[in-house]
Design a protein around this ligand. Sequence first.
Ligand code: NI
Ligand code: MN
Length: 225
Amino acid sequence: MRITYLGHSAVMIMHEGFSVLIDPFLSDNPLAPVAASTLDPDLILLTHGHHDHVGDALSIAKRTQAPVVAAPELIALLEAEGLPAGKPLNIGGTVEWQGGRARMVQAVHSSSYGDRYAGEAAGYLIDWGGMRLYHAGDTALFGDMKLFSAIQVDLAMLPIGGVYTMDARDALDAVRWIQPARVMPMHCNTFPQVQADPDRFVFEVNENTGCRGLVLSPGASLELS
Ligand code: NI
Ligand code: MN
């Protein structure tokens, strides 16, 4: 399984010829490593309606016909703009594809699309190819992350930028609670409001927890097996 970090909270996961794209914020991200027009995902997962997460999802979905998974309220708003294949999912619901599945889980955050309410913000727990991944979306630290330790997460992708999400200090507590094998920081340094030092975060993770921290630069990939 290959995980490619596309900057901010955008991640492409590829396994056995199938690709899942999460939160493809590219065209308006000055640090995006690829153009949205180069991506050909089989499935798109959106954590919530904010522009730095929905990003280019609509244009990619229109071009590729890839189904988009998101909160029902967000799907309805995207369908009004011509989304070809929406898969509404609410917290606790699961979407499946060949050999894999993603469960939408709680995030403590808001969600709007333009000036419209876009449902609940969420994260995803992904079970695919023997790997368990947690993409937290935008969230504050919340106590039920402690329950995720039972899942034995192989890779957690956590925001550390503060202001709109938890900061690096809270993300370190999230690592202690989730106890993933690996953690990748995200949602930092894309714009001035979300400044954080991912290398410092990873140092703290490696010094203080049993988890291995990994900084992926936008465009870098990680092989999991
Ligand atoms: Ni947000
Ligand atoms: Mn965000």
